[in-house]
Write a protein that binds this ligand. Structure first.
Ligand SMILES: [Zn+2]
Length: 98
């Protein structure tokens, strides 16, 4: 379901994001981001509520997406982070849907 002020297909490109990825539900959180436009410009924002941004060079407006790439770690790369790697402990596989 889309909001009335969002055109049809507004989120379609994001739903087709290749795995692995994470869908982030932004909650107005302060985000420090480096933004890269297709025109080659780069800019930086460190603010709350950055749901939209505009390239300062070519003036293209963007909606900040909710999908972020996940980068697989080898066991050796993961080892120093053990204990801080978050898992969903409530997640259970539904045996009937396999
Ligand atoms: Zn640009």
């Amino acid at each position: 379901m889309s909001r009335d002020d969002e055109p049809e297909g507004y989120h379609a490109a994001e739903y087709d994001s290749p795995r692995p990825n994470v869908f982030i539900q932004w909650k107005g959180t302060d985000v420090c981001g480096d933004y890269y436009c297709v025109c080659g410009e780069q800019w930086h924002l460190d603010e709350d509520f950055v749901y939209y941004t505009r390239c300062p060079a070519c003036k293209q407006a963007y909606r900040v997406g909710c999908h972020v790439r996940l980068y697989p770690l080898t066991p050796e790369q993961a080892a120093p982070h053990e204990g801080r790697i978050k898992e969903d402990h409530d997640w259970t596989r539904d045996e009937d849907t396999k």
